[in-house]
Write a protein that binds this ligand. Structure first.
Ligand SMILES: NC(=O)c1ccc[n+]([C@@H]2O[C@H](COP(=O)([O-])OP(=O)(O)OC[C@H]3O[C@@H](n4cnc5c(N)ncnc54)[C@H](OP(=O)(O)O)[C@@H]3O)[C@@H](O)[C@H]2O)c1
Length: 226
């Protein structure tokens, strides 16, 4: 991957809980980050608030299309019921880019029960919808925004990264590291079926044990060779 400061990340739905948490972490790591929204004014208001907290003017707000057009890497953080519609509207602008899909196909109100969507996983649906000109990578589905939003540099959760393009996956593993986590290559995009499905399990555990940010850590990697 090229130097941090030369990489622009555009976050579709970046005004939300997950996207804004990632945005702040990447901004602190030296990336240029554009927070996207359906309404530019909403993104600009969010960015003003976040830049004040960050103590710099590093984040930029824009409508989702402008965020995509300016980005080297695009991150998608919208609710599943807006997933296909959002991608349809941005399909042309996304051609040639890496799209990091964070979407979990939850089916409210049963958000603590695994839901397999028609295309098997949100990421596979995104890849099918966008076509082979876009490299979809699955990541961050198992990381709660409660951790992303806090000030701790390190987050005690692993990021399982799936995709069918080795370089794109490696770039996203670096994004996980920049956000304070360990990124782990978890195989082809099809493995996103399992990774997306872990999130309802985590949400169940959160409620059962009265915690907010249960997460996944892979053991046994310390002796491994990358
Ligand atoms: N929250 C978490 O802890 C967490 C953890 C892991 C994965 N995820 C996944 O990450 C994604 C985002 O989660 P979130 O909690 O950040 O969601 P959120 O705050 O509810 O929504 C994120 C953004 O999506 C946009 N949006 C909302 N409804 C929309 C619609 N009908 N059409 C188009 N855009 C819409 C909004 O942006 P604008 O109004 O500015 O356009 C909103 O700020 C979800 O798929 C979720 O499953 C979340």
């Amino acid at each position: 991957m090229v130097e941090h400061t030369l990489v622009t990340i555009g976050i579709i739905g970046g005004t939300g809980k997950e996207g804004s948490g990632l945005a702040a972490r990447w901004a602190r790591s030296g990336y240029r980050v554009i927070i996207g929204s359906r309404e530019a004014a909403k993104a600009e208001a969010k960015v003003a608030e976040m830049n004040a907290e960050l103590g710099s003017a590093v984040l930029v707000g824009a409508d989702n299309l402008s965020a995509v057009q300016q980005a080297d890497i695009v991150v998608l953080t919208v609710p599943y019921d807006a997933h296909a519609r959002t991608l349809e509207g941005l399909k042309d602008a996304l051609q040639g880019k890496v799209v990091v899909d964070v979407t979990v196909p939850l089916k409210p109100p049963a958000v603590r029960t695994v839901n397999i969507p028609p295309g098997q996983s949100a990421c596979m649906e995104a890849q099918a919808l966008l076509g082979s000109g876009v490299k979809v990578v699955a990541a961050f589905q198992n990381v709660s925004n409660t951790h992303l939003q806090d000030d701790e540099e390190h987050v005690d959760c692993d990021v399982l990264v799936c995709g069918d393009d080795a370089q794109a996956k490696e770039d996203v593993i670096q994004l996980a590291v920049a956000a304070g986590m360990r990124g782990i290559d978890a195989g082809p995009l099809q493995n996103a079926i399992a990774i997306e499905s872990l999130t309802p399990v985590i949400l169940y555990i959160n409620r059962k044990y009265k915690v907010k940010g249960a997460g996944i850590v892979i053991t046994g990697l310390e002796q491994g060779k990358a």
